[in-house]
Design a protein around this ligand. Structure first.
Ligand SMILES: *Cc1c(COP(=O)(O)O)cnc(C)c1O
Ligand SMILES: [Zn+2]
Length: 501
């Protein structure tokens, strides 16, 4: 809709104004640091940072009802800068000029309601939020849109030059970073560090296709992260991992999108996400807390994080009920089909600890939970979901396995509606589906394919007597023979009834 067609009282609000004062807040010592330099950890105490708007209070002068109206009207605008996560500009990037915003089609991913079969199977009603429908086919694009919009702001407004964007990745961060860097290829170059042989062929192809310098390292993600951190401390690079607080800020849009999709009534929802480096769950918690503070929502949804038995440090941390006795210990990960979450030492753990405490204070101890599932449950859940109309990746399967278990063990109120993050597109993880169908999982995965869930193509073989289009070009009679023979075999295989018979 064109600006002059909005109701007069909305016209001024539809186009957001630049405002606010953003600073990095250290989660260790509480110190504030300027955002004018690229900063990933506190120079004083080395802890991770979050971005805070020191003029946040001004947003509270607008009633929650008005915010809802602004966001809903703004959704009708076709301005590219407002078509993605910056629909929520005031909450996640109010210091950015619309002209600096990089929009590649991220955010506002569909929420797809599970059918009756799936509801029964899971034990409660749920939706998948299809984050695989983001431009690089994972949820990472929201955070990248934010981090690269901010980089673009530094380039355009602060004369920043020779930017090399770098990240370590379990696959999707590098695909997203390389994509956004390629859009700014006039001013930004990109390099990605991957654990050799531990990302899927699709995830390796993505940054290569975007023109990034791709470096494979021996080891797992946690090892790559150490190298990239060293690089960011000793060389001039822009770190695009979720240590970069702009990544978290942009991902908050996920919560805002859910609120908007449910007409801001979220109190009866359970928002479910896989936990790897814990950036996503951090942003989910932060996003809902911010909306509550502004009165955009009037109660908080339950939040459920899910981890595999093979990469479960956050689950183990929250096993201890006594807050004072909890101690975070990194774990050594084992092979996991939820490969994008196969992380033993999550960078955002201090952020999670702080936000979970805040969240529980407002919504009760039960409001945030971490569930653990097996590799078998993850694979089975993904396959069942995709046989029922979804396009879930293994991490989405992890979410489904998580609520199924939570519902069975009464760890979630079954009257809630769960929103599961299908964090990436099923196609990125097709290799694990192949392993399941062909029964070729290495023993470390501890996955035994269920017969009824396997699938394989039926390969039609022609006897010598039937002409084959693979052997020669067929004449009309030969072709007819080929079609008739093939059709009769297929009719047999599918058990088809003859017309008029
Ligand atoms: C990154 C990623 C995760 C893990 O998210 P964190 O923010 O690291 O916890 C899960 N699924 C997919 C597909 C991912 O790319
Ligand atoms: Zn500090």
């Amino acid at each position: 809709m064109k600006l002059d067609q909005f109701p007069p009282e909305m016209q001024a609000a539809v186009i957001p104004k630049v405002g606010g004062r953003y600073q990095y807040r250290c989660l260790g010592c509480g110190e504030l640091h300027s955002i004018e330099e690229l900063l990933y950890t506190c120079p004083k105490c080395d802890s991770v940072l979050l971005i805070e708007d020191l003029e946040w209070k001004r947003l509270k002068e607008v009633p929650g009802k008005k915010w809802r109206k602004i966001f809903d009207y703004r959704k009708m605008s076709n301005l590219p800068a407002l078509s993605g996560i910056y629909l929520f500009h005031e909450l996640i990037g109010s210091i950015l000029d619309l002209e600096d915003i990089v929009y590649l089609g991220e955010g506002r991913t569909p929420v797809v309601r599970a059918n009756a079969t799936m509801k029964e199977w899971a034990g409660m009603e749920f939706y998948f939020k299809n984050d695989g429908q983001n431009p690089s086919a994972s949820f990472k694009d929201r955070g990248m849109a934010s981090a690269f919009s901010y980089l673009n702001h530094l380039i355009n407004k602060r004369g920043m030059r020779d930017v090399l964007a770098i990240c370590a990745s379990t696959g999707d961060t590098s695909a997203a970073a390389a994509l956004y860097a390629s859009y700014l290829c006039g001013s930004v170059k990109s390099a990605v560090l991957l654990p050799g042989g531990k990302v899927t062929p699709q995830q390796l192809g993505q940054p290569l296709g975007s023109g990034a310098r791709v470096i494979e390292l021996p080891g797992v993600f946690d090892d790559c992260m150490k190298v990239v951190e060293y690089l960011s401390e000793h060389f001039s690079v822009a770190l695009m991992n979720s240590k970069n607080a702009w990544r978290i800020l942009g991902q908050e849009s996920y919560s805002y999108e859910i609120a908007q999709a449910f007409d801001y009534e979220v109190g009866d929802l359970a928002v479910v996400a896989p936990i790897g480096n814990a950036g996503n769950i951090t942003a989910i918690l932060a996003g809902f807390l911010k909306m509550l503070d502004l009165g955009i929502i009037d109660s908080l949804p339950a939040v459920i994080g899910v981890q595999s038995e093979h990469a479960n440090p956050v689950y183990l941390y929250y096993l201890e009920p006594e807050k004072e006795r909890r101690q975070f210990r990194p774990v050594s990960v084992r092979p996991s089909v939820a490969q994008a979450a196969m992380i033993g030492n999550p960078v955002s753990m201090p952020r999670v600890i702080k936000l979970v405490e805040e969240y529980r204070k407002l919504a009760g101890e039960e409001s945030v939970r971490v569930i653990q599932v097996s590799e078998q449950e993850i694979m089975d859940s993904m396959l069942v979901a995709n046989r029922n109309g979804h396009i879930s990746c293994t991490q989405g399967g992890e979410c489904l396995a998580g609520i199924r278990k939570a519902a069975a063990e009464n760890k979630v109120d079954k009257n809630r509606t769960a929103i599961l993050d299908a964090t990436a597109h099923a196609l990125k993880f097709a290799g694990f589906q192949d392993k399941y169908f062909l029964d070729t999982f290495e023993p470390e995965f501890e996955i035994a394919p269920k017969k009824e869930m396997r699938n394989a193509p039926f390969s039609l073989q022609l006897p010598e007597s039937v002409p084959s289009p693979a052997r020669s070009t067929l004449g009309p009679d030969e072709f007819r023979k080929f079609v008739e023979y093939s059709a009769s075999v297929i009719a047999d295989v599918l058990g088809l009834k003859r017309l008029g018979g």
